[in-house]
Design a protein around this ligand. Structure first.
Ligand SMILES: NC(=O)c1ccc[n+]([C@@H]2O[C@H](COP(=O)([O-])OP(=O)(O)OC[C@H]3O[C@@H](n4cnc5c(N)ncnc54)[C@H](OP(=O)(O)O)[C@@H]3O)[C@@H](O)[C@H]2O)c1
Length: 286
């Protein structure tokens, strides 16, 4: 049995559908029983657990060959990352008691960085899970191409996408969530010992200009990227409701300044196959 958290999301959904297509038994771990119904219809067992609930998670992860841990995103964390710490505590307690055969945890590019930033939440998760007795893989994908979903409206309406990544011709490690889910399905079925780290990015690196060009090709109209000036970020994020914009700003600085990247510039990263244009086309379609 493979227990999959985050199954109603992009990566977990692709992972679970790939396992089901391979004929593997899947337990859908959902926090909302209604969202479990479509997975039950596909032949999954369903377990109800939030990632902060150690006892429900223990039941959900028990009796399994392998589990997939997807830590929930927290873009506006309080100082000291209490939200991530609560999830980490529950996950460690659940894995310690449930004793699955192996663990695949979704992490991120930059989880190895020591400078404090939004991704420090995954640095903490990796450190905690590395102490567990069972084999653990941390899958570290690059920036999700689907983050461009927020650009569809302005690309359509104004022919501009607004970029926090800069300079506009700098190529960043990005990847489609479909690629991440498919690779996760392969990794979770492998045998390994101890702790391993797997880096993953798309078939080629992507600049903000490349992203704009992909929108232009898909929409058939001119689209250009424009930088959102760094000095406006804090006010902008606060005006959008963020209370603690610092970690997110430091993460963006990390990508732009290059201290968030894969080791050896991605030479050791698994490469996906889904192109930026395919992702943009599906974002525009949906
Ligand atoms: N965005 C990036 O560029 C990037 C890059 C590298 C790594 N990542 C990592 O990728 C992950 C996000 O993956 P994704 O895009 O596939 O996610 P997604 O599509 O946003 O889906 C999130 C999933 O997590 C579930 N979830 C959220 N909070 C939960 C909670 N408290 N308890 C239980 N389940 C909860 C959601 O369930 P509901 O349906 O109930 O909401 C959903 O299944 C994060 O861990 C993030 O750090 C992101």
């Amino acid at each position: 049995m493979y227990a999959i958290t985050g199954i109603t999301g992009k990566v977990g959904g692709t992972l679970a559908r790939t396992l089901l297509a391979d004929g593997r038994p899947v337990r859908a771990v959902v926090r909302d029983a209604r969202k479990g119904e479509e997975w039950a219809a596909l032949g999954c067992e369903v377990a109800i657990a939030a990632m902060q609930d150690a006892s429900a998670l223990t039941a959900a992860l028990s009796g399994t060959k392998a589990v997939f841990i997807l830590p929930p995103s927290e873009f506006d964390p309080q100082p000291g990352y209490p939200e991530a710490k609560k999830v980490i505590g529950a996950v460690v307690e659940a894995l310690t008691t449930a004793k699955p055969g192996r663990v695949l945890c979704l992490s991120t590019v930059g989880a190895d960085v020591t400078r404090d930033n939004l991704l420090s939440q995954r640095t903490m998760m990796e450190a905690a899970l590395s102490t567990l007795p069972m084999p653990v893989t941390f899958l570290r994908p690059g920036w999700f191409l689907e983050n461009a979903s927020g650009d569809v409206a302005t690309a359509l309406e104004t022919g501009v996408i607004h970029s926090f990544l800069m300079p506009l011709d700098k190529h960043f490690p990005m990847v489609a969530t479909r690629d991440v889910g498919r690779v996760a399905a392969k990794l979770i079925q492998e045998d390994w010992t101890g702790t391993r780290i797997v880096e993953m990015e798309g078939p080629c690196r992507v600049s903000p200009n490349d992203l704009a060009a992909a929108f232009a090709r898909v929409l058939g109209t001119p689209v250009r990227a424009e930088i959102v000036p760094r000095e406006t970020w804090e006010d902008l994020f606060r005006s959008q409701g963020m209370k603690y914009p610092g970690p997110r700003i430091r993460m963006l600085d990390g990508f732009n300044e290059g201290w968030i990247d894969f080791s050896s510039g991605g030479a050791n990263a698994i490469k996906g196959t889904v192109s930026v244009e395919e992702v943009v086309a599906s974002l525009v379609q949906s």
